[in-house]
Design a protein around this ligand. Structure first.
Ligand code: 6IA
Length: 137
């Protein structure tokens, strides 16, 4: 099972610790192709020395190779939105994890898309239970 995990980089790294915990959990279900997203040293400046064209081609190749896509969508990110749209076109199974936060709502472009499995959670324990259900299906 190859898993593409998507989370914000340029959109803000406020949830990076949570990404690391979700990635750790995902490892029990398969190979996580995008482990760097949980790296606390990766800032919102991203992999600065890397050519953006290279990053795009590499990430789309990983997305193509993935069996499933799990996106943490609480921090709005253009890149995650783009990856979700590409995943939809590729017909991938997609799980979006959204942490409810006051004063913010999930973009209708995501919440209105019936082809994504969108789940709201509060704690990491909730997220674990959602992942168990998703991978059991
Ligand atoms: O728009 P964002 O940067 O928040 O998009 C984040 C999403 O796009 C993640 O799910 C990644 O898979 C992908 N992505 C975007 N930028 C990068 C990156 N470096 N390295 C790896 N994956 C990326 C960005 C470098 C740049 C800011 C100088």
């Amino acid at each position: 099972m190859k898993i593409y995990f998507a989370g914000s980089i340029s959109g803000g790294r406020g949830d990076s610790e949570l990404y690391a915990q979700i990635i750790e959990e995902l490892r029990s279900y398969g190979q996580v192709l995008t482990e760097h997203l949980g790296d606390p040293t990766l800032t919102n400046m991203g992999e600065q020395r890397t050519d953006p064209g290279f990053i795009l081609r590499r990430d789309v190749a990983w997305l193509t190779a993935a069996d499933v896509v799990v996106a943490e969508v609480s921090t709005p990110s253009l890149g995650v939105g783009y990856e979700l749209a590409r995943a939809e076109t590729m017909g991938k199974r997609v799980l979006c994890l959204y942490r409810e936060q006051s004063g913010r709502h999930l973009s209708s472009m995501i919440s209105g898309n019936g082809s994504f499995n969108i789940r709201t959670y509060g704690t990491l324990e909730d997220a674990r239970a959602i992942l168990r259900e998703f991978f059991a299906a």
